[in-house]
Design a protein around this ligand. Structure first.
Ligand code: SF4
Length: 187
């Protein structure tokens, strides 16, 4: 049972304690003004991604680029969570990301219940909460928990996380370590 507390009781230090209690030690704060949202990121989803139109939290189910910019402007701060992992083959990634995304949802909920009513999470990888996805937002099987990724919200994750000193590079082989990032908007 999560105890609802008043937001005024909970500043950044208390939020950080909450993150750690949920098992997250690798995170940094970013001023939302530093988050880069770009039309090119949306183009990469539309042309070049085999999942375009197949995930209920990916384009064309996500807001327009200008709407995302408006969304980001609605927050002062955001916590960025870093996850690094190597997998033997592409399909191995999904069981891992499903678990991580699901756990992050629980954190978002606790932040919300602590009084930060605007708390909104962006998953660290495509939703994947279900074995199969209808690909249509209105038909989502788990609409309360599913969230978009930063990429599906047209965020330039490379430019954004590099601003706060996190590693990220284009990978060409699954033997390389992935660096993935979830964003939790809080105000
Ligand atoms: S919760 Fe399930 S149905 Fe909804 S977007 Fe995620 S994978 Fe698709």
């Amino acid at each position: 049972m999560i105890r609802a507390v008043n937001k005024r009781e909970m500043g950044r230090k208390e939020l950080e304690k909450m993150f750690k209690r949920h098992g997250y030690d690798d995170f940094k704060w970013i001023d939302s003004k530093s988050i880069v949202v770009s039309q090119w990121a949306r183009m990469k989803c539309m042309f070049g991604c085999k999942n375009y139109g197949k995930c209920g939290t990916c384009p064309p189910n996500t807001p327009s680029v200008s709407e995302v910019k408006e969304f980001v402007r609605g927050y002062k701060t955001c916590a960025v969570f870093h996850f690094a992992k190597k997998v033997a083959k592409p399909g191995d990634r999904f069981a891992w990301t499903r678990k991580v995304n699901s756990n992050l949802s629980k954190l978002e909920r606790e932040v919300f219940l602590s009084g930060y009513y605007k708390a909104f999470l962006l998953f660290m990888d495509s939703c994947n909460l279900c074995e199969s996805c209808p690909g249509i937002r209105q038909s989502c099987k788990n609409p309360k928990m599913s969230r978009p990724t930063p990429e599906s919200m047209a965020m330039d994750v490379f430019a954004t996380v590099r601003k706060i000193g996190y590693p990220i590079d284009v990978l060409y082989d699954y033997s390389q370590e992935m660096n993935r990032y979830a964003f939790l908007f809080i105000e």
